[in-house]
Design a protein around this ligand. Structure first.
Ligand SMILES: [Zn+2]
Length: 401
């Protein structure tokens, strides 16, 4: 079934979604024929997709959105909706279907104003499709006020409106919201499943695919980047050298600064292009002649855009730092496996020499303590501690000398 093709290793979730799409289809068909809707249905108006980063939460939500909009006549022959080829499926998957709204934010939180706009949209009937689908990719970023606005819409949805919320875990979503959603939990796909997808779908050479899948431990998006992007391989190499460089205080501070700089550079690369285009668009919209002075009264709008861009850079930088810390945790997990003589496959086999050195020079207890330090750093970053301070504290705790 084509719309599900990009979901990796999520058979159970896929079955549930396909069944719901089938029932949703029966509902629409019955209603348009003026018949009573079937009593028992696996379809519902609010769904919550949770799973670790890279497990494919938003991929699953988009696939479901596409299946709901599928217009393929094959369904009449008993096939389930979600062919992947018809106009409904295709436009939903590429993001141009007018009844599928995908909300992805670069900001750290989603506020009341944005949520009101969404709720207003959710009250409309579908324009061309069968359902009005709203995919909220970062439901964990709803502020409490925004959650209350959303709550009413989720409780009393328009008859053809479907909310698809995504978040890392149930705990990340306001209890009032999550209790009104049907919950689907995605799991981290196996290394084999990820490698297989990279080979089959992205045409990546088998050895490179397997090594990238192993290094990223089941994160399909990162695995693909690692296998195809030189800069991301270089960044990972820098991070994995860190455990050997924290011998003295000076080394710790330098390593911390480098980690922060790499994250900032990453954020700069990602943001720069978008920022320039956004700023130009806004200037044009506000009526500035090319190279001329901006009209009176537009400074506020320009300032608002600058603030938004600054928040986005902060978030991108934080995400990049978080990825680096994930790699670091993986490194120490491998060290621990070596120290305990465990036979599990190492994620970072490619830096085996460094793993061996750190394993020989420390105890399992020390390694556990270092893994805790990395975790503490991630938690500190979550609570808005200045990144450099958090990373310096971590580097000191990783010290070997
Ligand atoms: Zn279709």
């Amino acid at each position: 079934m084509a719309v599900w093709d990009d979901l990796v290793g999520q058979e159970r979730v896929q079955e549930q979604l396909a069944a719901a799409a089938r029932d949703a289809d029966a509902l629409v068909t019955a209603e348009s024929a003026g018949e009573q809707a079937p009593a028992a249905s696996r379809m519902t108006h609010a769904w919550l997709f949770t799973g670790p980063p890279g497990s494919g939460r938003s991929t699953a939500a988009r696939a479901f959105a596409a299946a709901l909009q599928c217009t393929s006549p094959d369904r009449a022959l008993g096939g389930a909706p979600g062919c992947g080829f018809c106009d409904g499926c295709h436009t939903s998957l590429v993001g141009t279907h007018s009844d599928v709204e995908v909300v992805r934010t670069d900001l750290l939180s989603i506020g009341v104003k944005e949520t009101r706009d969404l709720v207003r949209r959710a009250q409309l009937s579908p324009a061309v499709g069968r359902w009005q689908v709203i995919v909220l990719e970062d439901a964990d970023r709803l502020t409490e006020g925004a959650g209350n606005v959303l709550l009413k819409a989720v409780e009393e949805p328009a008859p053809r409106t479907v909310w698809l919320l995504c978040a890392p875990s149930l705990e990340d979503v306001l209890p009032t919201i999550r209790s009104r959603c049907r919950h689907l939990s995605l799991r981290t796909p196996s290394v084999e499943a990820v490698a297989d997808t990279l080979i089959r779908r992205d045409g990546i050479e088998p050895d490179a695919a397997r090594s990238a899948a192993r290094a990223t431990q089941g994160h399909i998006g990162r695995a693909r980047r690692l296998a195809t992007d030189e800069a991301s391989r270089a960044r990972r190499a820098t991070v994995l050298k860190l455990p050997l460089r924290v011998e003295d205080i000076g080394g710790c501070l330098r390593a911390a600064q480098e980690l922060i700089d790499a994250a900032a550079e990453d954020a700069r690369q990602v943001s720069e292009e978008i920022d320039v285009r956004e700023t130009e668009d806004l200037r044009a919209a506000l009526g500035a002649a090319a190279g001329g002075r901006m009209p009176r009264g537009t400074a506020g709008a320009m300032k608002e855009l600058e603030d938004k861009q600054k928040r986005r850079r902060t978030r991108t930088q934080r995400d990049s730092l978080d990825l680096a810390l994930t790699d670091l945790t993986g490194f120490y997990r491998d060290v621990l496996a070596l120290q305990l003589g465990s036979r599990v496959a190492l994620a970072n086999e490619d830096v085996r020499e460094a793993l061996d050195r750190v394993a020989r020079g420390s105890s399992p207890e020390g390694t556990l303590r270092r893994m805790e330090a990395v975790l503490a750093c991630r938690e500190a970053l979550d609570t808005n501690v200045a990144p450099l301070l958090a990373v310096e504290a971590m580097a000191m705790a990783l010290r070997t000398g």
